[in-house]
Structures are given as structure tokens and as C-alpha cells.
Write a protein that binds this ligand. Sequence first.
Ligand SMILES: [Ca+2]
Ligand SMILES: [Ca+2]
Length: 96
Amino acid sequence: MKMWQHFFDANNDGSNDLIVISGGNEKAMGDPVYQSRLYMNNSEGEFSKAADGLPQLFSSGGCVAAADIDGDGDLDLFVGAGSVPEDIHCHQQAAC
Ligand SMILES: [Ca+2]
Ligand SMILES: [Ca+2]
């Protein structure tokens, strides 16, 4: 299992928050272990996991970046997909 993290200001309060994504091929697609996590900074350097900060997506991640894609002044997230565990498993078998 691999993890990627990125600090960005999710709520535009001047303090960087943290997103952590997971990827790999140890678990099947749809496994909750692939759910990305968002940790909010309380402006004193203490982070707490946001209960409903991100949509439920149980797919293997491969990268994460933040930018204001739609130009509304708020940062948007791009989470790139990693490998598809079932595809890798298939390619490892001669009969695929
Ligand atoms: Ca913040
Ligand atoms: Ca935006």
C-alpha cells in the first residue's frame, strides 16, 4: 500500500489542511482502504479527520494536486487513479 499526501487550504482559513490518498494493488477495487482522508487544521497545527470532507471513492489513488481549476477562488482537488488491482492480477496470470 502506498500513500500520497498534499497540504492545501481546504476551507480557505489561511491554515493548510492535509489530504491523504491510498493506492496499490494489495486490495481489490472497492475496498474501503482506498478511501481518501481529509484532515482539517485547527489553525494551531492540530489536525482532525473530517468525517464527511470527501466523497466515497474506493479506488486506488496515484497522485493528488490542488489548484483553482474553475476560477472561483477556492482550491479544487485532482486525485489521479493508480493501478487497477484486478487488471494487474489478470496480467500476472498467463491465461488472461
Ligand atoms: Ca484550512
Ligand atoms: Ca475552485
